[in-house]
Design a protein around this ligand. Sequence first.
Ligand code: HEM
Length: 223
Amino acid sequence: MKKALSFLETTIGKKVVMALSGLVLFGFVIAHMLGNLQVLMGPEVFNAYAIGMHSLPAPIFWGGRAVILIAFVLHVTMALQLVTRTAAARPVPYTKKKNERTTYAALTMKMSGLTLLFFVLYHLAHFTFPGVAMGAYEHLGYTQVYSNFVNGFSIPWVTALYVAAMISLGFHLYHGSFSLFQTLGLVHPKRNHIIKGAAQIVALTVTTGNIILPLSVTFGLVS
Ligand code: HEM
């Protein structure tokens, strides 16, 4: 236990926790997108999907939620600790940054990470603990998730906000998956282009799948 805690104090320990919690969140994001795409199959299918999820045996339902929440908290905490540690280690910034590519990736991760943090808080207030942005409509609870979906995305600024957040998520997934391979020691100059290519395809697929969701209401595919 003591060993594990002191490993967590090291920079590599924090990076490993970030990589593993990121992997859990990544799995959730893919599953969530596939689940949400069922909205294109109509109200019966989508409402039945939401009701089915909420009817899972309590240990699975709450256990799943707990795993996602723990992964999310760990991911954000480690990110904040690593950022403050780096800033503390270098109180005077370099006059000229040497590796522009790494700097760009690190800056993108900070910006997209912060955007996603606010997005998730907003998103939970939107659909899960409702209270915002259903416009003239009321939130009808998870049994009517199809109507909530249509009502929520009938407001153009909400759709715009989701689209922007999903583009941010795409960048986060792209750079995040490459960092994950780096942290786990799986990068190699000979196969880096394959890893980057795969990361780009995955990020683009998730971004496209997620952007289709709000836009399906805008373009009347879901109504
Ligand atoms: C366009 C993209 C997205 C759409 C349309 C969407 C839609 C939804 C909907 C309709 C719900 C409520 C489901 C229910 O009540 O059963 C929900 C819940 C949730 N969403 Fe999303 N989502 C999107 C992206 C994301 C992303 C990128 C994340 C995380 C990074 C996320 C995290 C969550 C979480 C944590 C919940 C609560 C799950 C629970 O109740 O246990 N969503 N989402």
